[in-house]
Design a protein. Structure first.
Length: 363
């Protein structure tokens, strides 16, 4: 509106109406959609609106896109072909695997909206219940950890790498180390330190410190949903190459240094958990992220399939019709993306708060 673009229209995609009133999963999905529509900001709520119903297929490919143009939704009846029996490992099993060690870095990664913060919080609580020392941290600018946990947890240290805070801390440290400079010299130094590069250096220092903390206990790191996480990977790689080059140029003997990148490449030290949803696009995005990590010689430890409707065992006809698509994504992951796949069933209520998070561990 501020740009003068007044001809706007709101399209709400994937609108679901339960046809089986006895199915708690179907009712929950419908209720969540209704609540989201009712909570629209006023600027959006006043726009003319179109709704696209949830279909029984993923909207990928020419045929599927053309089918979206049809006004009517084909009625769905339970498939006469029985669904493939698929034993999915639970997050409780993942925690059992992780707890075989006494310390380590657990990095939870994935695109925005797939539930990374929820998974990170649940893993931290599970490891804490195993008697481990646990720090739960985030590089997410939105800082959703506090909203997910709701309350403090005895024994769990929660922290955040805040770019603005870390930058100011770094500037203050540098200025304090140059106390002998004249006022003019300090002014020039401060001007240099206020460049965008300073934030990258400051965040990298904080990230490196967090990585090192995993030598003495578990650090579960909920990483940012954007390219910020990969920027940290790149910073670690640049630092790694710079240190090695300097060390070799000075005639160093046997190599004994350990850089943050080395720690992330060490599968005994670092466990990368990729989180995705059981749909074509999120799985493709997770696969692309995995390739980026592999280029840095960082191999993910496991994948977590979040909000799995298949694992929730719905009875609603439309939801059951969609399960074949979810099975296809599971087969796709297991066929070449990851042999260590865990699933979390769709929850009727968002898993917010300690009770709800702990209930995920009981699946």
């Amino acid at each position: 509106m501020a740009l003068g673009l007044s001809k706007q229209r709101l399209i709400i995609n994937g609108v679901f109406h339960a046809s089986d009133s006895q199915d708690p999963i179907a009712r929950a999905i419908e209720d969540q959609g209704v609540k989201a529509s009712e909570a629209l900001p006023q600027a959006l709520a006043l726009l003319p609106r179109d709704e696209v119903p949830l279909r029984s297929f993923d909207s990928v490919g020419i045929a599927a896109l053309r089918a979206l143009l049809c006004d009517s939704q084909t009625a769905h009846s339970p498939s006469t072909t029985p669904l493939e029996v698929h034993a999915q490992k639970s997050i409780a099993t993942l925690i059992e695997d992780l707890s075989l060690q006494d310390h380590g870095l657990v990095m939870v990664m994935g695109k925005g909206g797939v539930g990374k913060t929820t998974i990170a919080a649940a893993l931290a609580l599970g490891l804490l219940a195993k008697g481990k020392t646990v720090q739960l941290s985030t590089t997410d600018p939105a800082a959703h950890l506090a909203q997910t946990l709701v309350q403090e947890v005895p024994g769990l240290r929660v922290s955040r790498i805040d770019p603005k805070v870390e930058t100011q801390r770094y500037i203050d440290k540098m200025m304090a180390s140059k106390a002998a400079l004249s006022a003019d010299e300090k002014a020039l130094l401060l001007e240099d330190l206020q460049s965008p590069c300073t934030e990258e250096v400051a965040v990298f220092h904080a990230f490196s410190h967090t990585v090192a903390q995993a030598r003495h206990g578990f650090v579960v790191l909920d990483t940012a949903p954007t390219g910020h996480s990969l920027l940290l990977m790149d910073a670690a790689g640049a630092y790694h190459r710079q240190i090695l080059s300097t060390y070799q140029q000075t005639g160093g003997g046997a190599l004994s240094l350990i850089t943050p990148l080395m720690r992330m490449q060490d599968r005994d030290y670092t466990k990368i958990i990729l989180v995705t949803l059981p749909e074509s696009t999120p799985v493709s995005q997770a696969a692309a992220l995995q390739e980026d990590l592999r280029r840095a010689k960082i191999e993910p430890y496991a994948w977590v399939l979040n909000r799995s409707v298949l694992a929730a065992h719905p009875s609603d006809p439309l939801l059951r019709a969609r399960l074949q698509g979810e099975l296809a994504q599971i087969r796709r992951i297991e066929a070449g993306l990851s042999s260590n796949l865990f699933a979390i069933a769709f929850q009727p209520e968002p898993p917010v708060g300690l009770h709800a998070l702990r209930s995920l561990l009981a699946q």
